[in-house]
Every structure is written in C-alpha cells, then in structure tokens.
Design a protein around this ligand. Structure first.
Ligand code: SF4
Length: 367
C-alpha cells in the first residue's frame, strides 16, 4: 500500500453538526450547534460521485453530529440529488428513530448502524443534553428497527477494555439482534481529552476473550476479529502483503459547509496554527475528483504519508495496520509523522496479539 487512491469507495456527509446527545467521550467540537448542510452541497457531491457510482459499488455515509437531528424533511432534500445506484448508510445514536424514520430508511434502502455501548450499566457516558441517561431512548429506536424488520449494525465504544467484559458485551449484542458489530476502544481525539492508555495485558485479554465469545456463537460479523483472522490466514498462506489495499482510501468527509477533509473525518471543524483547518478544498467551488488529484499538496497529508512510510520501515504490524488513522497521530502527538499511538496499540497491536493469544490457547492438542 502506497499513496492515496484517486477514487474513493465512499464519502462521509455531515448533514448537521448538531447532536441531541452529549456523550462524555464525544470528539465533535460543534455538537451543540445546528449548522446544517445546504442542499447545494449534496447536489455538488452527487454530481462529483456520479461517474464513480456507475462504475461500481459506491456508498454515502451520513454521519454527524447526529444525522437524524437534521430532520426528516431536510434529510429527504439532501438525499434527493443522489442517483439510485448509490448505497446510503446512516450512523445514528438511534434515539430519534420512530416508525416514520423506519419508513424513510426502507424507502431508500438505507443501511443503519446504531451506536450503543452494551447493556445499561455500560452506557453511563451516553447522556442527553440535560445529562440524563440516554439508554432507554436508544433501545426504543432499536425496537422500532426490529418492529419494521430493518437489519442493523452496531458500534460499541469501550472505555476500559479488560478481562471479563467481552463475553458480557458479545451476549448483549447477540440479544440486541445486530448483524455486524464494530468495537471501538475509546480514543483521545477532538475535544475528548480523556486518556486512552491502558495496560497492554488487559487490552490483549479483552480482544482474546472477544474471540472466544464470538466462536461460541458466530452469528454476528465481528468487524475487528474478522479483519484479524483474515490477516492471520493470509500470513499462513504467505500472502500477508496483499491484505491491505494498494492505495489508501481518501475517505472524503464533506462538512456541513461543503469543505472537504480527507482521510480522517475527525479532523473536520478543527484548526491548527501549523496546518490550518485541515481542509483540501470546498465542493461548492471544486469537483471532488480535482480535490483528490491534489490531495498530496495539502501540507498535513504530505506529512502523514511520511509517517506511514516511517511505520512501514519500523513497525512489524504494518502489514495488518497500514499506518492507522491520521487523526489519532495528530490528537495524540500534535503532528502526523509520529508512528505509534495509544490508539494503534489498543486497536491494532493488542487486537492482533489478542487474536493470536486466543489461537495459541486453543491449539489442538497432539494425539
Ligand atoms: S501499529 Fe502503529 S506504529 Fe504500527 S503501522 Fe500501525 S500506526 Fe504504525
């Protein structure tokens, strides 16, 4: 893997900066403000992605803020310019989902991913603006999805990974009925300055136990574990160097005002005296293809690519990780050419070690 691909496989859209919740670990700087994306921005994005969407699978991921907080009428207007072949995804806290939203999803074939951190006692960080627990509202939204037979993924933030937690979480998500589960170890990122440094042994044990729980009943696609197993299988076949894509997906994030941030959605809305506002252009005056053609001219991106090369030459996990995410380097080290972060230790290195520990502990005994 080298450099940035000229064509993305998806774009991330920010229909509003607003979120109706106030989670303790949230990284978003403007989540109290309703800065809405004008329809002219989604028209410009739809026009830019049309050639990519006709030549293959292409997704639009509606993120936020909380995307449903933009309101159904406004989201309807923002969806309208996209052609039928485009696959829409929504990442939502689920608290606003009702029967009408379910019909909205069904009419447009939207794939829904719900943020929920496990059973009630694990959702203490998920609170409303009045600092009241959001858990019951989240579950009401999930129940609406289930009532309408809408399949959904789940995204779970884990604040303190450690032994004894994984089985509880996995059983909860089996019961919840999601098809796909992603586990994010909380990140020190954006306006969230809480530490994400944890004892290595505890994080590795968490991932190892998660594999054990999943193997008992592998009904859910468990994102991180399946990635790791794919890599481990490729390593055994001698094809580990083919696991990563040939080039980095640029992951253009289109902020509410049309500005485009590449590679790390989490950088949108931030400013640094050295790097400016991290944007590579604005979709209202430049087609996305042109912005991508000039991606490496954005100063912080050139520095990040140097950091990826440094990872390639120094880190034994590079073939699995590919250099991880730009935003984690910036928010942990204040620059992009640093290599190891607590994020990559928690979610790449310890993940792979946990999966390998599991394999070692369950080796078939010689007869
Ligand atoms: S695990 Fe960390 S140090 Fe290694 S390649 Fe990934 S980001 Fe770089």
């Amino acid at each position: 893997m080298r450099g940035i691909a000229a064509t993305p496989t998806y774009v991330v859209m920010q229909p509003t900066t607003l979120c109706n919740l106030d989670c303790a670990y949230c990284y978003l700087p403007f989540r109290k403000d309703d800065r809405r994306m004008p329809v002219a921005v989604s028209e410009a994005v739809a026009k830019s992605v049309r050639p990519w969407a006709v030549s293959g699978r292409f997704s639009v991921v509606w993120h936020g803020g909380e995307p449903l907080a933009a309101g159904r009428d406004h989201l309807t207007a923002l969806f309208a310019p996209f052609d039928e072949g485009v696959e829409h995804h929504i990442q939502t806290n689920a608290t606003l989902i009702d029967d009408q939203w379910c019909r909205f999803f069904q009419d447009r074939g939207v794939r829904v991913s719900v943020s929920v951190d496990g059973p009630r006692e694990r959702n203490g960080d998920r609170v409303t603006r009045a600092q009241k627990p959001a858990y019951d509202r989240i579950l009401r939204g999930v129940q609406a999805l289930r009532r309408h037979g809408i399949p959904f993924s789940a995204l779970c933030v884990v604040g303190r990974p450690g032994p004894g937690l994984a089985a509880q979480l996995y059983d909860f998500f089996l019961e919840l009925g999601c098809d796909v589960l992603g586990i994010n170890v909380e990140e020190l990122e954006g306006v969230n300055r809480r530490t994400n440094r944890h004892p290595a042994r505890e994080v590795t044990a968490f991932w190892s136990e998660l594999v054990t729980a999943w193997r008992r009943d592998p009904r859910i696609h468990l994102r991180e574990v399946e990635w790791s197993l794919r890599y481990a299988a490729a390593a055994l076949d001698g094809t580990a160097d083919q696991v990563l894509p040939r080039r980095l997906d640029p992951i253009p994030t289109i902020a509410h005002d049309g500005s485009v941030v590449l590679l790390s959605p989490e950088l949108a809305g931030f400013h640094d005296p050295r790097y400016g506002d991290f944007t590579s252009g604005n979709i209202l005056d430049t087609p996305l293809g042109e912005i991508l053609d000039r991606a490496a001219e954005t100063p912080w991106i050139a520095e990040f690519l140097d950091g990826v090369e440094e990872c390639r030459s120094s880190c034994p996990y590079f073939g699995f990780c590919g250099g991880a995410h730009a935003a984690n380097r910036y928010f942990e080290h204040g620059r992009f050419d640093a290599t190891e972060t607590d994020h990559c230790r928690n979610s790449k290195i310890r993940l792979l070690e946990g999966v390998l520990d599991h394999a070692r502990d369950h080796e078939p005994t010689a007869v």
